[in-house]
Design a protein around this ligand. Sequence first.
Ligand SMILES: N[C@@H](CCC(=O)N[C@@H](CS)C(=O)NCC(=O)O)C(=O)O
Length: 190
Amino acid sequence: MLCFPQRLKGLEGAVSFSATHPTWQRTRPDDEGDEHCGWVFRKSTDAPLTNSNGVGSFPSDELCGDGDQIEGCASIRDIYELGGDKGGKYTTPVLWDKVNKVIVNNESTEILRIFNSQFQSLCTHPEVDLYPAELEKEVSLGRREERVEGGGIDVGMNEWTGVEVPWSACLLQCYDGQKRSRRLDAVLFP
Ligand SMILES: N[C@@H](CCC(=O)N[C@@H](CS)C(=O)NCC(=O)O)C(=O)O
């Protein structure tokens, strides 16, 4: 998802982008005792993969590009471990500092804000504002609802607020969240 703000701001020359394969795979396939499954890098010329349940066939197409060309890691877990985080969860997205070999940030909305304001002299489109001040409140509400919709919760639990939410309320929030994102899209991308 963060390839869109990267391109809208014209950051391709300053921040590279590596995509993972869309399925989760064993990240330590040679270690029988380690059953962790997560995002892996593949090259577009690699063979298709089944998912971690052994179902389907998912191509390693052009979206996978050349895998991780920066560190040569095989998985997102490898990136976290290279940065000193061995505890998980190994989530995407990750903004990686290739000089200091650390994760700068792994929260998408924060990376979005970093892209919007912290690399202005390196952007080819510094005039693009992805986070207009007048929409801040609406964006943050939409984001919270999107997390409910996107399953970033345990049963009935809104991870952002830590509040138990009944499923009926979740569904209502999803519905409202969808309407809200359509309104935001109309304003941001008329
Ligand atoms: N705080 C993160 C959470 C990201 C997140 O949950 N990412 C999912 C993919 S969309 C993931 O990588 N999950 C891996 C896992 O749960 O092990 C964000 O919203 O940016």
